[in-house]
Design a protein around this ligand. Structure first.
Ligand SMILES: Nc1ncnc2c1ncn2[C@@H]1O[C@H](COP(=O)(O)OP(=O)(O)OP(=O)(O)O)[C@@H](O)[C@H]1O
Ligand SMILES: Cc1cn([C@H]2C[C@H](O)[C@@H](COP(=O)(O)O)O2)c(=O)[nH]c1=O
Length: 213
């Protein structure tokens, strides 16, 4: 039985997920909360190894179903090794991407089908879902410009997909946000960083107040 609070942060490339998760984690820790900030694919050794295989620029031959299965495998290991133990000990888990990434990227943008991709992920995650998902919505042209200007950003195989693919990813996320509106909240990520942070922080605080016994 989980007693912690599982929150995922979603959005296209360059939406500000990593930057804002760090800011949110610092703020929550300062407020005396126990927080684990992590990412997908990755977050622990086995899943980081799988991330290396999926995102290696040279792996251009990777089949779409292989890609979906590898994301689900990385997710499973990360969940059982890191996320669930943290939730079990009452922590707040801030996860940079989770199942909605697979539904938007592999299900919608790659065209594998959201329902099919959900089914393999259901096998991977069993019952564990975020209680809140914050989706940072952004025009992919803006997001890709941001990461291209940021010299330290690792450019990966998915970043190199064409703009139509990235537009489909956004479309996929918007459909998910509409369909799962009680879980997914959308924030306009084209706003200044401080405003995006403020809105995300308010959503989390509202949730934590609601969860108080
Ligand atoms: N609201 C914002 N306005 C302007 N620049 C921003 C904003 N949010 C983030 N950035 C900048 O955009 C770049 C990408 O941000 P970040 O790495 O946090 O995005 P991300 O969503 O984690 O990207 P990816 O999914 O590709 O890893 C960074 O240089 C960051 O400083
Ligand atoms: C979890 C997950 C991720 N992706 C894609 C999204 C990004 O292009 C990369 C991860 O890189 P980031 O810099 O850490 O954002 O992987 C995906 O297609 N499906 C997924 O399930």
């Amino acid at each position: 039985m989980n007693s912690g609070c599982f929150i995922s942060i979603e959005g296209p490339e360059g939406a500000g997920k990593t930057t804002i998760i760090n800011m949110l984690a610092n703020e929550l820790i300062k407020g005396g909360r126990d927080v684990v900030a992590t990412r997908e694919p990755g977050g622990i050794d086995i899943s980081e190894q799988i991330r290396g295989v999926i995102l290696k620029k040279e792996n251009t031959m990777m089949d779409a179903r292989t890609e979906a299965l590898l994301y689900a495998a990385a997710r499973r290991q990360h969940l059982v090794e890191k996320v669930e133990p943290a939730l079990g000990s009452g922590k707040i888990v801030l996860c940079d991407r989770f199942i909605d990434s697979s539904l938007a990227y592999q299900g919608h943008a790659r065209g594998l089908g959201v329902e099919e991709v959900y089914l393999i992920n259901r096998f991977a995650i069993e019952e564990t879902m975020p209680i809140l998902t914050i989706y940072f919505d952004l025009d992919p042209v803006v997001g890709l410009e941001r990461i291209n200007q940021h010299r330290d950003h690792e450019v990966n195989r998915l970043d190199l997909e064409n703009i139509e693919f990235h537009r489909k990813v956004r479309e996929g996320y918007l459909l998910l946000a509409e369909r799962f509106s009680s879980r997914i909240v959308t924030i306009d990520a084209s706003q200044p960083l401080e405003q995006v942070f403020k809105e995300a922080s308010e959503k989390i605080e509202e949730l934590l107040q609601r969860m108080k016994p």
